[in-house]
Design a binder for this molecule. Sequence first.
Ligand code: 5GP
Length: 188
Amino acid sequence: MKKGKLVVFTGCSGVGKGTIMKELLKRNPRIKLSVSCTTRPPRPEDVDGVTYYFISKEDFKNKIEHDGFLEYASFCDNYYGTPKAPVDKMLKRGYDVFLEIEVDGGMQVMYKRPDCISIFVTPPSMEELERRLRGRGTEDEETIKKRMDRAVEEMRFEKFYKYSVLNDEVDKAASEILLILENEKKNF
Ligand code: 5GP
């Protein structure tokens, strides 16, 4: 069986990656989303083992020492990492695996797996991004400020990604991404 494609899927916090991802999973059964480990506390909508594996800092460190992550990074005071084994297993089974990760991790994967597809999702504007972050109503003022500062920093990494997709409409962004994937698979 032909191996699936690894997709680095990045965009600032609040840009709507999660919503696009849901649409992609709904439209294409060959796409899988990698479930990351994190040390951040769960939000009300989070489900352990589905949205993330919520683990302690100690367990996270342990997993780093045992080379359990394809990549990992610190983001706004918490650690996030992609467990390596499940990703490789899904790729081997022919699934296209999306990593919904921030820029540090994205760069690590592009370096380690040069055959990956990298996609950066952009907001219509920074004002709209802040509006969406606030609209979520899950973060306090300090966290929103940190995430907005980080978003400005992250936008500087857009140029390292092969594709940029504007998220002004979820359906449109999802269609564009499916087309990118289809074309990449045709070429390689
Ligand atoms: P959130 O706390 O909003 O769920 O995620 C914060 C940021 O961490 C988002 O940009 C998200 O894409 C990123 N992220 C989630 N999982 C991982 C991961 O496994 N590795 C890295 N590097 N970033 C991740």
